[in-house]
Write a protein that binds this ligand. Sequence first.
Ligand code: ADP
Ligand code: MG
Ligand code: MG
Length: 351
Amino acid sequence: MKTNIYVLCGGKSVEHDISLRSASAIINAIDREKYNVYPIYITNEGSWCNLGLLEGRINNPDELRRTSSSSIAFSIGEFLTKVLKDDEKNLVFPALHGPNGEDGTIQGLLELLDIPYVGNEVLSSALAMDKVMTKDLLSRHNIPQVKYVPINLHNWKENEEKSYETVEDQIGYPCYIKPSNGGSSVGISRAENREELIASFKDAFRYDCKIIIEKELAAREMQISVVGNNNPKASVPGEFIMERPFFDYNAKYIDGKLIPVIPARLEPEVSDKVRETAVKAFKILNCYGLARVDIFVTDENEIFVNEVNTMPGFTAVSMTPVLWGATDGTTYEELIEKLINLALERYNEKK
Ligand code: ADP
Ligand code: MG
Ligand code: MG
């Protein structure tokens, strides 16, 4: 009997559209000889839509889109009673990025439903989505971090002036201001003076009630894919060459001007150290399945972990599949099959 794979896509997240692109590529790569594919679209408002058994391919990510008023929308509870086929083998591929998908919330639901699913579990997803928690935890394990300060909304509301002074005393300019939970550079800005700092705070607090301010590092950012459960392996590092001061949303998804360099231009010892550090961070955060670890490398070859993404972009041209192609020749289809098998292995191990 074929296993049913429910591919969750969209989601109540600023990375909704990116998820549709990842999901389309994933759906097209799943082996239909072995699996039935059921895309489940989650609207921006959080309604779930069952698109039914998909026989063909997705040619355009927009084909997955539905509205919450559509007749196929249902509540999350109905997913269990009406959609999942009780007497068959089921697996979920949460092709969701950002809050409400990559942050442990969906993973908690899937744990309760007792279904195997691809990727990280509740704790690692929640930890890695929160930049402050990630940095606090990695620092405790002596993984090098750029200087940072967290600021909560209530502290800021209580005394705005004091918040800005803290940043100026402890971090200085230029600095990066980010919502603690987020991705795709949404809500992130760079400030060179008090005026820009104030505007950046206001913007970042629109997305989260906790923000993080970091010292600017003059460095290149390496991306390393780590895949596995108990014996995770790191891919070769990759990097993008860019013209902008930082990877903002436009640079990542709109301009199309990022040029990937794979493997990244690093001396072999530095590359090895970066790969080792990526695996260490993966283990410290309790990751399973996959993650993309982003690491800054300065001209002096100092390394600083920037962040860990527990469901990284998964289009055919995203770093994760391309890195594995360059590392050991794994194809996109093989990588998807591997992630499915890792999900089953982990599920059976926990039973
Ligand atoms: P996201 O989760 O949204 O990708 P990141 O923390 O990776 O957030 O920040 C987005 C981009 O901003 C990075 O890819 C990098 O180009 C730039 N950036 C972030 N923090 C720093 C920093 N401390 N120094 C220099 N550049 C940074
Ligand atoms: Mg991120
Ligand atoms: Mg990033």
